[in-house]
Design a protein around this ligand. Structure first.
Ligand SMILES: Cc1ncc(COP(=O)(O)O)c(C=O)c1O
Length: 364
């Protein structure tokens, strides 16, 4: 019998589609996607009303790129936009990856990395996190071969929340060949309170092979509009522009980001509130006996191990949707103030269940 189905790349046929954080019940809390719980700024909502949707957006994004450039002290050519920072990562993978090349990244890290690397044609080289949930930068540097085209460093790391310090990052960069692109994924940078954490923008002048990814999805609260950006050398970002899907950053997103940049202080006050809430939650979880890694993003990580699915069910019964990564742990976003009590109550219930078992890896 002749074949009647089109030929799918076998590695794609074997790949599961990206699985999004589940929605919550109307009276529950969605703490599964690291979103910002605050409502959009009224000025953003207002400005979206009259965007002409019968016209294509401004594909160059020049007004926004110019504003971002000014904010971060670079030139507009050193800024690239994408429909989410994830899209800019895809552009960069398209620009440097491909068959026969390798991309080194920490694992566990952002769940989209392995599939995006595979789709780009590259081979992912995952490097295990250290015991404390942080990147093992020595092992990542040692994993670089002549086939490596990109190394992704995620700080704070999703889902463990740990940062890379500035001194560790600089020591790492000294070992990376200048022909290998280092992508510093700083999706959660604005939530960082650790003074020793690396901040990529400060290092762009020093490392020509460094590209920093930032997003308007988290601190800036625009996840639904899909807009993020990269900062780095113009020739690298020109290659990303060549690899981009044309016109995918819509004018609504560009406008919302422009207005948000004018309200940075107000938005950063919200970020500070979330960081304070995170500290309180992390401390209370430690009091309950949880051995949780340093939490520097807008989320905390519970090492629930083999009990992960069961623990996620406990949270769900209490109206809290979390993100389980079985059999390692659970990532819980810092959400509405009203969600905190149910979050801590659920975590306490999980502790009680785990204490009844012979091995409770995540507890002190
Ligand atoms: C580490 C990390 N990088 C990138 C992204 C993608 O963000 P966006 O595409 O919304 O900018 C996320 C989203 O959760 C993330 O956790």
């Amino acid at each position: 019998m002749s074949e009647t189905r089109v030929t799918i790349r076998p590695e794609i046929a074997a790949l599961a589609a990206y699985s999004q954080g589940r929605a919550a019940a109307p009276d529950g809390f969605k703490l599964s996607s690291n979103e910002n719980p605050f409502p959009p700024l009224p000025s953003v909502v207002e400005a979206l009303a009259d965007v002409p949707i019968n016209r294509y957006p401004d594909g160059s994004g020049i007004a926004l790129r110019t504003k971002i450039a000014k904010r971060y002290g670079v030139a507009p050519g050193e800024v690239q936009l994408g429909s989410g920072s994830i899209a800019v990562l895809a552009q960069l993978l398209g620009a440097v990856g491909g068959h026969g090349t390798e991309v080194v990244h920490a694992w566990r890290s952002f769940e989209a990395y392995p599939s995006m690397i595979l789709v780009s044609g590259s081979t992912g080289v995952p490097v295990a996190l250290r015991e404390d949930g942080s990147h093992d930068l020595d092992a990542m540097a040692a994993a670089i071969t002549e086939r490596t085209r990109m190394v992704i460093v995620c700080t704070p790391n999703n889902p463990t929340g740990t940062i890379v310090t500035a001194s560790d990052f600089e020591a790492f960069m000294a070992k990376v060949p200048p022909t290998v692109l280092v992508v510093l994924d700083e999706a959660y940078q604005e939530f960082v309170t650790d003074p020793f954490a690396v901040e990529g923008v400060d290092l762009l002048g020093r490392y020509p092979n460094l590209v920093v990814l930032r997003t308007f999805s988290k601190a800036w609260g625009l996840a639904g509009l899909r807009i993020g950006f990269a900062l780095g050398a113009e020739y690298i970002l020109n290659a990303a522009r060549s690899a981009a899907i044309p016109l995918s950053v819509i004018d609504h997103a560009q406008r919302a980001a422009l207005i948000s940049l004018d309200h940075e202080l107000e938005l950063l006050e919200r970020v500070a509130d979330i960081a304070v809430r995170r500290e309180r939650i992390a401390n209370d979880l430690r009091q309950q006996g949880w051995r949780i890694p340093e939490a520097q993003g807008n989320f905390v990580w519970l090492p629930t191990g083999a009990a992960t699915e069961e623990a996620a069910e406990v949270f769900a019964r209490n109206g809290i949707v979390v993100r389980p990564f079985a059999p390692e742990g659970i990532r819980i976003s810092i959400g509405e103030r009203e969600s905190v009590e149910a979050l801590l109550r659920s975590a306490q219930e999980v502790v009680q269940n785990l204490r009844k078992k012979p091995a409770d890896p995540g507890l002190d």
